[in-house]
Design a protein around this ligand. Structure first.
Ligand code: CO
Length: 434
């Protein structure tokens, strides 16, 4: 398989993007930095907005969700919006508010399970901490991002000699008692709490007593990699769904002066149901769309005309067919890795795709010169969902759910295709111009 140099570079850029983004807060910071470099400037939700054609702006809510847009040159009432959504969060382990405990001289950090990770994949990885900490400052507090590059934490397996059936029964953890992460040995006179606070305080250059609260996740310090005989696959954490964020952001950055307003919305909390101030089920996207319309002077009649002519692409990863587990897949709907973007359909509206919006995305792929595939889950298995149906229902915009095929969704080390990522960027770039 030959990988064009430009496609290789896009995939390398994806790996760099993920390696720079070990938490949703870092993902938003990475997006904002790339947007700033490309001439986008930040809007504050607390200020009045004045927008004009050609403006390139972005807005952040809660530090972990971001919406970026280019204001179109043509009237929104007759051209609508071109929108792409994705999510910044990934399933994993989050530290509790008071995580440190001393167990027989070992310092362990208690975690909550965030979303639906494959817990067994977190064992024996070189884990560390990344996220956001609120620090006491004169007159109040301020949020700071923190990440540790060196492995601070580990979840060692139990030796097979004490877990003889592990290969027959699978690796199982009791979430309360068997998931706490090992941080170190407690020293005489130093409480577990102090052992936990000290490295974070040192990294932030503050007094340990000034660390107020935190949102920290365990992340895998191993960098992304190409694999396969032609290096035609990528492996990394968080491909679901930072690969879609990267593809959509790349498409927006490749867009010059569009006729219709083009918008990317990347939400936190998809993995836990999206119902939050920053999630797709919250008001963020409706607020931004409403303010875009108000700024263009649209009355409520014209706002509805705008929405009726808009299109929303919900980009989230799809299940690539796994040759070792053929029985897990719907036989007529194999989505093959490196065979192009996948349109996801579900009659029960777990995906927002309709026959009409699927056809529209097919036409976009055709125009972009990329192949596309169709996926349906096995009828006897429960189907996952994503932000597509939520945003479609909130805004009343025709919507399609698409994604690149991948393996090992919700593992800490996921895999996907190099060609697919290039195809997805091409399709989304074409969608912005459609
Ligand atoms: Co996802």
């Amino acid at each position: 398989m030959t990988i064009p140099a430009a496609t290789r570079a896009q995939a390398q850029d994806l790996l760099d993007f993920i390696d720079a983004s070990p938490s949703p807060w870092h993902a938003v910071q990475t997006c904002a930095a790339r947007l700033e470099t490309a001439g986008f400037s930040q809007l504050d939700e607390a200020e009045r907005w004045a927008l004009k054609a050609g403006d390139r702006r972005y807005v952040v809510r809660g530090g972990s969700s971001i919406i970026a847009f280019i204001v179109g040159s043509q009237p929104a009432a007759t051209n609508g919006l071109r929108m792409i959504g994705a999510h910044t969060d990934s399933p994993g382990l989050r530290l509790k508010p008071k995580p440190a405990e001393d167990t027989a001289g070992m310092v362990r950090l208690g975690v909550e399970v965030y979303g639906g990770p494959i817990l067994a994949t977190f064992a024996d990885r070189d884990l560390s901490l990344a996220g956001r900490v609120n620090v006491r400052v004169a007159g109040g507090f301020e949020p700071r991002l923190v990440r540790f590059d060196q492995p601070l934490l580990r979840l060692p397996n139990l030796a097979i000699h004490m877990n003889r059936e592990v290969n027959e029964n699978g690796l199982k953890f009791n979430k309360q008692t068997e998931l706490p992460l090992l941080l170190g040995i407690s020293e005489d006179g130093t409480k577990a709490e102090a052992r936990f606070r000290q490295p974070i305080a040192a990294a932030l250059g503050v007094d340990p007593g000034n660390l107020l609260t935190w949102e920290l996740n365990a992340y895998d310090t191993q960098k992304g990699a190409f694999w396969g005989v032609d290096r035609e696959f990528v492996a990394n954490s968080q491909l679901d769904n930072l690969a879609s964020c990267h593809a959509a952001l790349s498409a927006l950055l490749a867009t010059g002066e569009p006729a219709a307003t083009c918008l990317c919305a990347f939400f936190d909390h998809e993995e836990v149901g999206s119902e939050s101030t920053t999630g797709a089920g919250g008001s963020f996207v409706a607020d931004v769309v409403g303010r875009l319309a108000a700024s263009a002077g649209l009355d409520s009649e014209d706002q509805r005309r705008m929405l009726a002519q808009s299109f929303f692409i919900s980009a989230d990863m799809a299940h690539g067919w796994h040759p070792n587990f053929p029985a897990a897949y719907e036989p007529c709907h194999h989505a093959l890795v490196n065979a192009g973007p996948v349109i996801k359909s579900n009659a029960n509206q777990r995906y927002s795709t309709s026959a009409e919006t699927a056809a529209r995305f097919m036409a976009i792929c055709e125009k972009a010169g990329v192949p596309c595939q169709q996926y349906a889950h096995r009828t006897d298995l429960g189907c996952g969902s994503t932000i597509g149906p939520i945003v479609a229902a909130r805004l009343g915009i025709p919507s399609v759910d698409v994604g690149s095929p991948m393996w090992a969704m919700h593992s800490i080390r996921e895999s996907a295709g190099v060609l697919d990522h290039g195809h997805m960027i091409a399709a989304l770039t074409t969608a912005f111009a459609d």
